[in-house]
Write a protein that binds this ligand. Structure first.
Ligand code: GLC
Length: 553
């Protein structure tokens, strides 16, 4: 396929790296990460192969939800630096060929935001309708409370102005009311402001809540998403929205803009993520295979964003109670590892028992699954969590640069893990020197993933591999094919694949040495080591494998 597509529609095979400036690198020695520190690490990120950075919220905040409670959408949390530092960071990231997107958290503000302070002054406040107020705490559905450890209602009584206000999340996060055109205008202004400073788009927090929890109900809630996207496209053609939309597939397609693709550019695939964990727990490819077979195709130029872990709990809310329990039993049996009754506050390597082979296989799976991979800082070196930190903060520990931490010369904002995942065992510096490290494995995976745009762009087919533990799929684009197989179990197995159309072709291994021949009746036997993984490029005998991906331009 033509590589020129991958620069126009860049998000379709990007490598997205999510980080929190606060915990990435401290540049001024006060124990808190900042833009100066992050900027100094730009070459590390470029060297890893990251093409797009996603910055978690970096705005002024009382920090009661790790920055997802904002008091000013137009500036920088002074602990993290200044607007000047931000612009220098942007310039340096762009110079290294990386795009930057940021969290757009406009479902709610902090209750300390001047808008809310004004709104709650009285029922006659000019900003009263910027939030959702009601005489009755209704409709209420405690099962819809997102953080059941702290909240038991979606409404909070405001004694001063004698009404309830809506909060889909914590009570200190009142919901903005996008039914109000002034609020919509303000959100557009926020988008424009940061795009003017160079952002290529936004990861939109809590999209369904944003458009649904409003008063009065919008006749077409999706019109607002269309308006946002149209505004961004007018200002900067290639800008994107990456949506946090954790709803069943059948409801999800409309967030892309069904058919048209004029709303959210990419949606996280929460369903296949959860099924992937069930598959890992069972050592059985079935759940993941079923999810990907059922998954709707996004509209043209839309894309799925794939992930295994993120900054939140590993949510298992779309599994049945029994399935969730299976994942808990396998990867987080202790109560302290679980959270909100639906998830795990752990990072991937600890859940996989620190088994490097299995960890490497899981990430190989992530980079090869159809969609754009999104990784959370520290995944590339296999960082663990610190369960002594409260709630979801357990996974948001300081980045581990060297054996003594290397995040900050001062007491860090959060404690690093102890034991086998402590910085003296898991850090960037050591792994850079070790060719067998997870860091080097990530670099190889990213290099191959970028060389094989079929993986993210192509038409994918989940294959029957003849063994329940093997997840195998093929991706086809413009006459080129990549075949991938992962062994989810801890014993060696032989997969048997049928590869229609590839009769007599050669399969060249892209991760290790080796080639296989597809038989005249399109069959191939594929040996896989315990937790083994293989990425194979198909090529007719007369064409060099290196040319097979680009032959049909
Ligand atoms: C999203 C974020 C989460 C945050 C919540 C409220 O779910 O991912 O971290 O707490 O929204 O903003």
């Amino acid at each position: 396929m033509r590589l020129t597509y991958t620069s126009d529609v860049w998000w379709k095979n990007a490598v997205v790296y999510c980080l929190d400036v606060e915990t990435f690198k401290d540049g001024n020695g006060d124990g808190v990460g900042d833009f100066r520190g992050l900027t100094q690490q730009i070459d590390y990120l470029a060297g890893l192969g990251v093409t797009c950075l996603w910055l978690m919220p970096f705005f002024p905040t009382p920090n009661r939800d790790d920055g997802y409670d904002i008091t000013d959408f137009y500036s920088i949390d002074p602990r993290l630096g200044t607007l000047g530092d931000f612009v220098e960071f942007m310039r340096t990231a762009h110079d290294r060929g990386m795009r930057v997107i940021a969290d757009l958290v406009v479902n709610h503000t902090s209750d300390q935001h001047p808008w809310f302070k004004e709104s709650r002054k009285s029922k006659n406040s000019p900003l009263r309708d910027w939030y959702v107020w009601s005489d009755k705490p209704e409709p209420d559905d405690p099962s819809k409370v997102v953080f059941p450890d702290k909240e038991d209602s979606l409404w909070e009584w405001d004694n001063r102005s004698k009404q309830y206000y809506l909060h889909s999340f914590y009570k200190h996060q009142p919901d903005l009311n996008v039914a109000n055109p002034e609020v919509r205008d303000e959100i557009t202004r926020i988008l424009g402001f940061w795009m003017e400073l160079g952002l290529s788009g936004f990861r939109v927090d809590a999209v369904p809540f944003l458009i649904e929890n409003v008063d009065p109900k919008l006749p077409d809630p999706h019109e607002f998403l269309q308006d946002m996207r149209a505004f961004m496209t007018r200002r900067k053609g290639g800008s994107i929205l990456l949506g946090e939309v954790n709803v069943p597939y059948e409801d999800l397609v409309q967030y892309f803009g069904d058919g048209l693709g004029d709303q959210v550019t990419m949606c996280f695939d929460f369903i296949s993520m959860q099924k992937a964990w069930l598959s890992l727990a069972r050592q059985n490819a079935g759940p993941l295979a079923d999810a990907l077979r059922e998954r709707p195709k996004p509209p043209k130029d839309g894309q799925w964003a794939m992930f295994l872990r993120n900054h939140d709990e590993l949510t298992l809310d779309k599994l049945t109670d029994e399935e969730r329990q299976e994942v808990f039993d396998a990867f987080g049996p202790e109560k302290d590892m679980q959270i909100f009754g639906r998830g795990l506050r752990r990072r991937l390597p600890t859940m996989l028992g620190g088994d490097l082979r299995r960890v490497k296989m899981a990430y190989s799976l992530l980079f090869s699954l159809p969609g754009t991979p999104v990784i959370f800082y520290g995944e590339e070196i296999g960082m663990g969590e610190n369960l002594d930190e409260e709630g979801r903060l357990a996974v948001r520990v300081p980045m581990q640069w060297t054996r003594d931490g290397g995040f900050s010369p001062a007491e860090p904002v959060r404690e690093v893990p102890e034991g086998s995942f402590a910085p003296d065992r898991v850090n960037v510096a050591d792994q850079k020197r070790d060719t067998a490290s997870l860091l080097r494995w990530f670099q190889l995976l990213i290099e191959r993933y970028r060389e094989c745009p079929e993986l993210a762009w192509g038409t994918y087919t989940v294959l029957d591999a003849g063994h329940h533990a093997v997840f195998a799929h093929r991706c086809d684009a413009d006459g080129a094919t990549v075949v991938v197989a992962h062994n989810l179990c801890d014993t060696a197995v032989d997969a048997e694949l049928e590869l229609a159309g590839l009769e007599g072709q050669q399969l060249t291994d892209l991760l290790v040495d080796g080639t296989l021949d597809v038989s005249a009746d399109a069959k191939v036997k594929l040996p896989l080591e315990p937790h083994g993984c293989r990425w194979l490029r198909a090529s007719p005998p007369e064409i060099a494998p290196e040319d097979a991906g680009v032959m049909s331009q």
